[in-house]
Design a protein around this ligand. Structure first.
Ligand code: GDP
Length: 552
């Protein structure tokens, strides 16, 4: 069997957003339009397709990073008419779970950044944006909730420029705002599309309404200028300071190039809740975001000699795959989500888990669609799939061909910030709790489980109070253990720049971006001073030096 979709037609994307910007709603609408689900759950009723776990449903937030496979045939643009496979990695938006965001950013190739058009850039969108910068992820922006009172397209674009230091390039202009939001002007085609109120379907192309013409023309010029900065063909259209005729396709190519090189961010808008603008966003995902083959080959090291190796994304290379997520399923056991970077992985194949130095035989492989699991015989470079029956696998492990072992770049996990003691109510429960914690620890490398040598209690350390609350919740719902829980304590973590460390000998910080953190300075074993500081998102968890003297 060979691959059914060529690698150039893959888009492995994440949807990243501040909590409440509408990521879950948008994901659902995407799954609806890609034809995989028929009945859409509404977020507030707690029945969305991506939110798999009970806690997420109860809390209405998205924690897991489930991958869903969908397909889309764009109507417009460079790849119009060609079916593409879109793998959607659901990235969490809550600050306590930024570690999960990191993990999914590692395996995706491009992202849609969702903003609430009435708010513009919010603190958490900044955190996620900078993480995506660090991972070099090309992005397009979707200004959601254009139907909300107070929605402001220009303000939102401006805040992307100012707060994120990005180069946002609107490819659309909304027609109306708030309750009057009715459609978009497509700036490339110079045409207006109106959305059907009930279905969200865009109308046939129409003339741009008169009151919007000059604004649309100005934005289109700005778009052409941005394209000229990244693309010689478009630049060549300026002859003696005058702009020559330029085709839609030339602009599309330049926009794709600029996005892939991360020099610009195409901006689209809509209202996911009302299904408006979602199809055009999907067209943009295919047209502007990279295929796995557009990106540099994945890098890793040989397990013994630590020699650097690269594995280009094609089927003939030696197989390499990274486990980026484990989930536990009552009927089938542990499901490992894999990103295949190179080669072909088949069921029954013997592979090496290089981090654990263990041979494994690959069990069942499947694609997780929104409404079904599709079992397959083999998966290929660029695929994101689920594997069953891998023994003792942990998040972050590499699976590689026996003859060409490789360890893909280690996933980076920050030190935990919060610690909680938990105690079983009975001896019987004690064993169940230990088993449960061992499994949860394997699923989630940002969770640490240890035994307190003084009290004999189990100590859980994690990324925030909510993170640990969810662990305790899962013990109850999945393992039937009602653990007694102590008071959360801060666990120190050192995240300060070397420079600050040198100046102050020893500075310890607790709490991450968007939280209050206690900073303790020590000289030798003795604390010299301590105080609470607010860790600004823009500093990415690193306390800037100017804050330090204030707490002495
Ligand atoms: P998430 O936290 O980013 O996943 O956001 P959700 O998808 O859960 O949405 C948060 C809230 O915003 C929910 O109450 C949604 O119904 C609402 N919402 C989502 N999209 C839209 C939209 O396009 N317009 C309006 N007015 N509300 C929306």
């Amino acid at each position: 069997m060979s691959r059914t979709t060529r690698i150039e037609r893959y888009r492995n994307i994440g949807i990243m957003a501040h909590i409440d910007a509408g990521k879950t709603t948008l994901t659902e609408r995407i799954l609806f339009f890609t034809g995989r689900i028929h009945a859409m759950g509404e977020v507030h009723t707690g029945s969305t397709e991506m939110d798999w776990m009970v806690q997420e449903k109860q809390r209405g937030i998205t924690i897991t990073s489930a991958a869903t496979t969908a397909s889309w045939k764009p109507e417009r643009g460079l790849f119009a008419g060609t079916p593409h496979r879109i793998n959607i990695l659901d990235t969490p938006g809550h600050v306590d779970f930024t570690i999960e965001v990191e993990r999914s950013l590692r395996v995706l190739d491009g992202a849609v950044a969702v903003f609430d058009a009435s708010q513009g850039v919010e603190p958490q969108s900044e955190t996620v944006w900078r993480q995506a910068d660090r991972h070099g992820v090309p992005r397009i922006a979707f200004l959601n909730k254009m139907d909300k009172v107070g929605a402001d397209f220009a303000m939102s674009v401006q805040s992307i420029r100012q707060r994120l230091g990005a180069n946002p390039v609107p490819v659309q202009l909304p027609i109306g705002a708030g309750p009057e939001f009715r459609g978009v002007v497509d700036l490339l085609r110079r045409r207006a599309f109106f959305f059907d109120e009930a279905s969200g379907e865009p109308s046939e192309a129409q003339e741009i309404p008169e009151p919007l013409r000059s604004e649309a023309a100005a934005l289109r010029l700005r778009l052409i200028e941005a394209c000229a900065e990244v693309d010689g063909t478009v630049l060549g259209k300026y002859v003696d300071g005058r702009l020559q005729e330029i085709t839609e396709e030339e602009l599309e190519r330049a926009l794709r190039l600029g996005t892939l090189q991360r020099q610009l961010v195409p901006v689209l808008t809509g209202a996911a809740f009302k299904k408006k603008g979602v199809q055009m966003l999907l067209d943009a995902v295919v047209n502007y975001l990279p295929a796995p083959s557009d990106l540099p080959a994945v890098e890793g090291v040989t397990p013994d000699t630590q020699v650097k190796v690269t594995r280009p994304a094609n089927d003939e290379e030696a197989m390499s795959a990274l486990v980026f997520k484990l989930m536990h399923d009552k009927s089938v056991g542990t499901i490992a989500f894999l990103r295949v970077y190179s080669g072909t992985l088949r069921t029954g194949m013997a592979v090496l888990n290089t981090r654990q130095q263990r041979r494994e035989r690959v069990g069942r492989l499947m694609f997780m669609h929104a409404n079904k699991r599709e079992e397959v015989e083999e998966v290929h470079a660029g695929d994101i799939c689920a594997a069953l029956n891998l023994r003792g696998v942990r998040t972050g492990d590499t699976l590689s061909a026996l003859e060409a072992p490789v360890v893909l770049e280690a996933l980076h996990f920050p030190e935990p910030v919060i610690q909680l003691a938990v105690e079983a109510r009975s001896r019987g429960e004690q064993q169940k709790m230990e088993e449960g914690l061992a499994r949860l620890g394997a699923e989630d490398p940002s969770l640490r489980v240890e035994v307190d040598s003084e009290t004999g209690q189990q100590l859980l350390s994690g990324m925030g109070e909510l993170h640990l609350e969810i662990v305790v919740d899962r013990l109850r719902t999945e393992y039937g253990v009602e653990a007694r829980v102590g008071q959360p304590k801060v666990a120190y973590r050192e995240t300060l720049r070397q420079k600050v460390r040198q100046d102050y000998r020893h500075v310890r910080q607790t709490g991450g971006p968007g939280q209050y953190a206690r900073v303790v300075m020590e000289v030798g074993p003795a604390p010299r001073g301590s105080g609470l500081v607010f860790v600004d998102d823009t500093h990415n968890g690193v306390i800037p030096k100017e804050f330090i003297p204030a707490i002495e």
